[in-house]
Design a protein around this ligand. Sequence first.
Ligand SMILES: Cc1cc2nc3c(=O)[nH]c(=O)nc-3n(C[C@H](O)[C@H](O)[C@H](O)COP(=O)(O)OP(=O)(O)OC[C@H]3O[C@@H](n4cnc5c(N)ncnc54)[C@H](O)[C@@H]3O)c2cc1C
Length: 180
Amino acid sequence: MGWKAQPTRQVIMEGVRIPAENLLGEEGQGFSMAMKALNGGRLNIAACSLCGGQLALEKSAAYLKERQVFGGPLAKQEALVFKLADMDMELEAARSLLRRAASALDAKSPDMVRLCAMAKKVATDAGFNVANSAIQLHGGYGYLADFGTEKIFRDLRAHQILEGTNEIMSLIVGRSLLDN
Ligand SMILES: Cc1cc2nc3c(=O)[nH]c(=O)nc-3n(C[C@H](O)[C@H](O)[C@H](O)COP(=O)(O)OP(=O)(O)OC[C@H]3O[C@@H](n4cnc5c(N)ncnc54)[C@H](O)[C@@H]3O)c2cc1C
């Protein structure tokens, strides 16, 4: 569907034997090591979503100024200006949370897992919502390849699934409230 600039392929290992001296970390700790690596990965995906969403927002603002309907630019329609403002606010709020989660990860703060999960879900939902709104604001052109909005939409859709789905992010955050 998307992510065509970085094709994803399966890596299948069958009957592979690794010498014991090549073991990384402690035996039985592989899952926990892999999970730790995901915190930074989640921030990466969140940042990619904000970047795609920001581009979709900027394309939308430019299009509203350019497109003439009923004797003036679409930018004169207040309902559409409100929509642009909502898109901007959703991205800015997600950006603040992402920065907070990145600081927590740098500081190895006790709530870093919870904050990274929150930032991943909030930012990837924000990027997707903004990309979807950008298509709507471009009308029929938004659905065509020419304006680039449909590509952003297809690419950002994956971010709600990979690096742990957004349902799993909610599970992590919800459980953190119940674990204490
Ligand atoms: C473009 C792309 C690139 C990818 N790149 C990589 C990569 O580089 N490396 C890699 O290892 N993987 C990669 N993946 C795989 C990705 O991480 C998984 O697809 C993702 O983690 C979801 O796992 P799953 O597909 O097995 O879904 P499933 O676990 O089968 O989940 C299916 C649905 O059920 C929901 N669900 C599952 N369990 C629960 C639960 N306990 N509570 C509530 N809802 C639940 C999920 O949220 C989802 O909506 C990539 C996927 C995509 C689409």
